[in-house]
Design a protein around this ligand. Structure first.
Ligand SMILES: O=C(O)CCC(=O)C(=O)O
Ligand SMILES: [Fe+2]
Length: 284
């Protein structure tokens, strides 16, 4: 247990993440909210359980962290709340209300953009009794665990990310992009090793899905390297597994983590999560 700010926390993993205790976000005062934001920046991820937040309250809360970011696929946002995106297998009047299995596979969000989102927030509206855990990998710990000569060989490498490639090839929800989406999402280049602006800590920052090459390496060899690094960073010793309950709010810092959703029996259960994003800056 720790009381670094005005709020009580306990680590999600040794050295990574914090569960924030005794805070009701719907009623929290400005001082408490400041403590929540500070805790987030220090720990890479936060969890608050037992919350009751409607889409308007979620939008107001995420704005404490920065500017809420828009979502790429507008059809899955909550009507009237453009910053709240639904992840769900629920179908209403024959139409899916959300993206299903959107984040299965290790990745960091919006990596196909010049300024990927800083933070992702998920709020559990309805969850299956089993499956659908969300996993977070501590990429600072992964970087620190690499031998110095390996660190030296990797530092400075640049990854080529492509939304078009990602959407055409992903296992769940692959689709051909409209000309409009293609034009709005040109390819981008990001460092493999990312520096956290808050304190200069470095993170191993590969991703799967959007990466099509490592600059300066033959394609196949580069992708093999990325796969190997993702595998390294997502070993159990670096991973926090979140088991969902209704009312949980989980938020992670995309600058220093990788994450993945996991499958569940979607013929038996309904899952509905509300996702919000906070704008980020250019990785370096
Ligand atoms: O559904 C999950 O557990 C993860 C979803 C995800 O990756 C995302 O929303 O960015
Ligand atoms: Fe994601």
């Amino acid at each position: 247990m720790s009381t670094l700010t005005n709020i009580r926390t306990r680590p999600l993993m040794p050295g990574f993440g914090a569960e924030i205790l005794d805070v009701d976000l719907a009623r929290a005062d400005a001082e408490t909210l400041k403590g929540v934001v500070e805790t987030f920046h220090r720990h890479g991820a936060i969890v608050l359980r037992g919350q009751t937040m409607d889409p308007g309250q979620l939008t107001a809360f995420v704005a404490q962290f920065g500017e809420p970011e828009d979502h790429t696929l507008k059809e899955f946002t909550v009507p009237g709340y453009p910053k709240v995106y639904r992840l769900s297998n629920r179908v209403v009047d024959g139409k899916p209300i959300g993206a299903h299995n959107d984040g299965v596979g290790w990745h960091t969000d919006y990596s196909y953009k010049p300024e990927p989102v800083m933070a992702t927030m998920l709020y559990a509206v309805e969850v299956p009794p089993e499956g659908s855990d969300t996993l977070l990998a501590d990429c600072v710990a992964a970087w620190n665990a690499l031998p110095p000569e390996r660190q030296q060989a990797l530092d400075g490498k640049v990854l080529h990310h492509s939304y078009q490639y990602f959407m055409a090839t992903r296992e769940y929800g692959a689709r051909e992009l409209s000309d409009e989406l293609k034009a709005a999402n040109p390819d981008v280049y990001h460092p493999l090793i990312r520096t956290h602006p808050a304190d200069g800590r470095k993170a191993l920052w590969p991703s799967t899905g959007t990466v099509i090459e490592v600059m300066g390496m033959p394609k196949e060899e580069g992708l093999k390297l990325v796969d190997e690094l993702v595998e390294f960073a997502t070993q159990d010793r670096f991973v926090y597994r979140h088991k969902w309950q209704v009312g949980d709010l989980l938020m992670w810092d995309n600058r220093c983590t990788l994450h993945t959703g996991t499958l569940y029996d979607d013929t038996k259960y309904i899952r509905e999560m509300h996702r919000l994003w906070v704008r980020g800056d250019k990785p370096y």
